[in-house]
Design a protein around this ligand. Structure first.
Ligand code: DLL
Length: 436
């Protein structure tokens, strides 16, 4: 089992990191060429794996998309004998064909190492009690950080999702000090504390939280920190690239260190696929450097982010990703204007009288497209009078107009009245075409 703090890899000198990346890239491309997908793609391009001589040569390699993974389902990307694969994670396939990701023993060891390293970085220690409140199973959030926290030596409670009263009871019975949660659920769970007559700040021993798996703003992080009285850290990953453990914030809370000894990072313009200028937002593209069962070359994540300029004061040379600003495929266009749900969230969370849950509805009235933002008010604003309510609506309309350049309808709803579940929040309900 790898240890949790790797000064050799975490504090590696930039030129040594580049040399390691090149060595690993060359090996990864050779391994990938054993899979049916890359064998065919490389052959079609006349590309010999041995011809990769510099890190810049990665640009000669083809991109890989979710559509490729679907077309290759189930075994098109498998680069080893099936018997060497010991774990499968897969997307559900409810919104399209499923995708499958295989892991070998060595892959699980290195994924666990990356998760343990990420958790150690934010201050998790063997004396901590880590309550893992995300989904186990095909979803990678649960098992990924579970094994990472165990490897680090913390006591892990595999609580899984939902059953909020039980979650609160577990926190209190076992003195949980650290939580792993999806941010929308973190906001939701405060209602359960309230219903149970408990204050998370006074009636728990919490000090750390890992928030990930869905986009959230800085203001949402601050709300979670305030509610629970802890430090919350942004954690990024995706099933195709293992899951959590791809990038995590360090205690500075200024961007997420992407583990560049395990992933080669590019940020490209999603339209031209050319690299963006330093500091500019683009699509995150990642190449696995150590994965064996299923290497992925230049995987287009669809996630939009930028690289924060300059070195991090923590000393880690691994470059820092900004918050994920949205996905190139969750942007919607209304009345010709491009809108990301995160822009709406940032406006809503800046208003203390707005609660944690909201929904954007897109409908059509005759030939007119209508955008309605339905937001729950915060518990303390439940009994707001009609005048105050109208004032809040007006403020939100104006702030949204300034942010997204069109004026949506705003409807305020009672606390805990909009649909919500323990999994990733669905923020947009687009009913403009036949209930899509
Ligand atoms: O959500 C893996 C994960 C689990 C990451 C737990 C962190 C914590 P998928 O279900 O494949 O895997 O979804 C991956 O979720 O492409 C992003 O669009 C989004 N996402 C993940 N983490 C963040 C984050 C897991 N910190 C997709 N901020 C990714 C914004 C995130 N979006």
């Amino acid at each position: 089992m790898e240890t949790c703090f790797h000064p050799r890899l975490e504090l590696i000198a930039p030129e040594e990191l580049a040399a390691l990346q090149l060595k690993r890239l060359r090996a990864s491309v050779r391994r990938a060429a054993a899979s049916p997908h890359y064998r065919e793609t490389f052959a079609a391009l006349g590309l010999k794996p041995g011809s990769i001589k510099t890190l810049d040569d990665v640009k000669r390699l083809p991109f890989t998309t979710k559509a490729d993974l679907r077309a290759g389902f189930p075994n098109g990307f498998l680069a080893v004998d099936r018997r060497q694969a010991v774990r499968l994670h897969a997307s559900s396939g409810t919104t399209g064909a499923p995708t499958a990701v295989y892991h070998s023993q060595a892959d699980l060891r290195s994924w666990t190492g990356l998760c343990a390293r990420s958790l150690f970085m934010i201050g998790l220690r063997p004396e901590d009690v880590f309550q893992n409140m995300v989904g186990y199973g095909l979803f990678t959030g649960g098992l990924g950080l579970h094994y990472g926290a165990e490897a680090l030596g913390a006591l892990v409670i595999p609580a899984g999702v939902g059953n909020s009263r039980r979650q609160v009871a577990l926190m209190r019975q076992f003195g949980s000090t650290a939580l792993h949660m999806i941010p929308s659920y973190a906001l939701k769970l405060q209602e359960t504390f309230r219903d149970m007559g408990l204050d998370p700040r006074r009636h728990t021993s919490l000090r750390l939280a890992v928030l990930g798996a869905e986009p959230h703003s800085e203001l949402t992080r601050r709300r979670v920190e305030e509610i629970y009285g802890l430090k919350a850290f942004n954690s990024y990953g995706l099933s195709e690239l293992n899951g959590p453990g791809v990038a995590m914030e360090c205690p500075r809370q200024e961007g997420m260190h992407l583990w560049e000894d395990a992933f080669l990072l590019e940020i490209v313009n999603p339209a031209t696929l050319e690299p963006v200028a330093e500091g500019e937002t683009g699509e995150v593209v990642l190449t696995t450097l150590v994965r064996q069962a299923m290497p992925l070359i230049r995987y287009r994540t669809r996630d939009l982010a930028s690289i924060l300029p300059g070195p991090c004061p923590c000393g880690r040379p691994h470059r820092r990703l900004s918050r994920i600003e949205g996905r190139s495929d969750d942007m919607f266009i209304i009345k010709g204007v491009n809108v990301f749900p995160m822009q709406v969230e940032a406006v809503l969370m800046a208003e203390p009288e707005v609660g944690g849950n909201y929904l954007i509805e897109l409908t059509r009235e005759g030939s007119e497209e209508v955008m309605t933002v339905r937001a729950e008010v915060a518990e303390q604003a439940r009994r707001m009078d009609a005048g105050k309510m109208a004032g809040l609506r007006k403020r939100l309309c104006a702030a949204l107009k300034a942010e997204i350049l069109l004026t949506p309808r705003v409807e305020l709803a009672a606390p805990d009245s909009l649909p919500s579940g323990p999994g990733k929040a669905q923020r947009v309900d687009d009913r403009r075409r036949g209930g899509e």
